[in-house]
Write a protein that binds this ligand. Structure first.
Ligand SMILES: Cc1cc2nc3c(=O)[nH]c(=O)nc-3n(C[C@H](O)[C@H](O)[C@H](O)COP(=O)(O)OP(=O)(O)OC[C@H]3O[C@@H](n4cnc5c(N)ncnc54)[C@H](O)[C@@H]3O)c2cc1C
Length: 497
């Protein structure tokens, strides 16, 4: 087996891994960065729009009042005290300084109002990448820097095992030809992004796995979590799905913005679950995490129901409803559009989606019930009650605002858009201490190992909270923490020896 030597192995080059690498690079500590893919990046590069922070210089300049107390108490309370308080505290305290670090990394962010309509009045905590395309390009430049300083970046190379005996001896990696590489090292940082790419782990935790539209990092197969568990780390936690938005399919996914079927997905129309009942105030569409949670709660699938008259109205008129995704695609400083339509191509888009299976069309409610397997009585009742709410501009059950009660469902043809809960990853894994070392049930750390980013338990009780940028903010900060602690630990060991 080929053999290499280094001080630190970083597994994964997404947000937490690249951040750990940058710290080691700055401290001139030799490391090897492993990346399963042929490019560096992970969800942090291809997906994320920004990071959460408190007390950044930008926030101080803007005199933002929301600080440590508000964030610590707020998140603890939000998660019903199912949090790792030490870890949460350290993350929050280092999150502000991380913003300046990101600038040094070539990944500058600007504190901006939330991307979500439901959070426009939230405190200014979301720091959005100044330019998404530049972020991707600058991310790719970091490995070059690392390598120029004498470090190694191995792409298409995955960590697969550990040689661990009372302490870390080596990380075992595998290249794309299946060749094993033994990397003798003092420390390893697992920044491999959770487990949403492992179908078995997903199915064990989520009964609606088959319905989920997985927009996360598919290369994240729970390597770090599984290896830490094998060594006795405590992995007990509620499953935490990073549910975020909903969409009909990969072809019509929320990131592509190519079909008006997706536009109608992003509006508070009539939604029915798989039992034919309404299940939520559809205004939740304006809060991505809660919207997806509501869908996850009804087994990951629901139907947006419209009639022909509604399609015709969208075709010719400007409608006073905001497409919830609209804000996400605005670069810093750009004002989003707050109305929808006219959409001249709407019929063509729907006809295409009928062919590809994302939309079901039926002349009658009986036919619709049969085609999507919805109990007819529930379907009829739900539509009747909803039409009444639209007529009276009053939704007694789910309390949808009157100005969103615009479209009843009257005469056929009817259309049902099949909607799936979208996910951006998973957010539970390994219990760690404040230094991001994995811990056993008795709290003792597994020496020489660090677990970061989406692999970590302790920030979320059961779902993604409405603090925008927190997953990615935590990933950057936890990678940084792990690298600092690894260096500190190596320095202490040197003194002892
Ligand atoms: C579309 C999308 C949009 C998002 N938007 C936001 C947002 O706006 N705000 C926010 O806070 N969060 C957002 N997120 C989530 C955020 O990107 C993640 O929480 C963050 O990237 C997690 O960082 P990470 O380092 O743990 O994982 P990642 O950034 O996913 O990196 C993991 C890396 O590890 C590699 N890897 C996996 N297994 C191995 C192995 N065995 N060996 C070697 N390499 C391996 C993967 O290939 C990948 O490159 C978004 C995610 C997606 C998918």
């Amino acid at each position: 087996m080929k053999s290499l030597n280094t001080n630190v192995v970083i597994v994964g080059s997404g947000s937490s891994g690249i951040s750990a690498g940058f710290e080691l690079y700055q401290q001139k500590v030799p490391f090897i960065l492993l990346e399963r893919g042929d490019k560096v990046g992970g969800a942090g590069k291809f997906g994320s729009h920004g990071v959460f922070a408190i007390n950044s210089q930008q926030q101080k300049d803007k005199k933002v009042k929301y600080g440590y107390q508000e964030a610590f108490e707020g998140m603890t309370d939000y998660n019903h005290y199912f949090v790792n308080g030490e870890l949460l505290s350290r993350f929050l305290k280092e999150s502000g300084e991380n913003i300046e670090r990101m600038e040094q990394m070539g990944l500058p962010v600007t504190v901006e109002q939330s991307e979500q309509k439901a959070h426009l009045n939230d405190p200014l905590v979301y720091h959005k990448f100044n330019n998404f395309t530049e972020k991707m390009a600058n991310w790719d430049k970091l490995p070059e820097k690392f390598e120029e300083a004498g470090n190694t970046v191995l792409r298409q190379t995955s960590a697969v095992d550990l040689d661990y005996n009372g302490g870390l001896k080596a990380v075992i990696a595998e290249d794309s030809n299946g060749q094993k590489i033994r990397i003798n090292t003092k420390k390893a940082i697992f920044a491999d992004g959770g487990y949403c790419g492992d179908q078995e782990m997903m199915a064990e935790k989520y009964t609606d796995t088959d319905e989920l539209l997985n927009l996360g990092e598919h290369k994240a197969d729970g390597t770090g979590i599984k290896l830490a568990k094998k060594l006795g780390a405590n992995t007990q936690h509620n499953p935490v799905l990073f549910a975020h938005g909903c969409a009909p399919s990969f072809q019509i996914n929320p990131m592509a913005r190519q079909s008006s079927v997706e536009t109608l997905t992003n509006l508070p129309l009539l939604w029915l679950d798989q039992t034919g009942n309404r299940f939520v105030n559809e205004d939740v569409v304006y809060d991505f995490a809660m919207w997806a949670n509501a869908a996850h709660n009804v087994q990951g699938r629901y139907y947006a129901i419209v009639d022909q008259e509604t399609l015709n109205t969208f075709k010719t008129k400007e409608i006073n409803l905001e497409d919830t995704i609209e804000r996400q695609f605005c670069e810093v400083g750009v004002e989003p559009r707050t109305t929808v339509g006219p959409i001249p191509d709407i019929q063509a888009d729907f006809d295409k989606a009928i062919q590809s299976g994302e939309v079901v069309k039926a002349e009658t409610l009986e036919e619709l019930s049969e085609k999507i397997n919805l109990p007819l009585a529930a379907l009829k009742r739900s539509i009747k009650v909803y039409n009444q709410a639209v007529k009276n501009k009053k939704d007694d059950t789910f309390l949808k605002p009157a100005d969103e009660l615009l479209f009843g469902v009257k005469d056929g043809p009817y259309y049902a858009i099949i909607e799936h809960c979208a996910i951006l990853g998973t957010l539970d894994g390994v219990n760690v201490n404040r230094n991001c070392e994995p811990v056993k049930r008795d709290g003792s750390p597994l020496k020489d190992l660090y677990i970061v980013g989406n692999n970590v338990n302790g920030l979320y009780s059961d779902g993604y909270p409405s603090y925008e940028g927190i997953a990615n903010g935590f990933a950057f900060v936890s990678g940084w923490i792990a690298a600092k602690e690894a260096v500190k630990s190596m320095n202490n060991e040197e003194v002892k020896n």
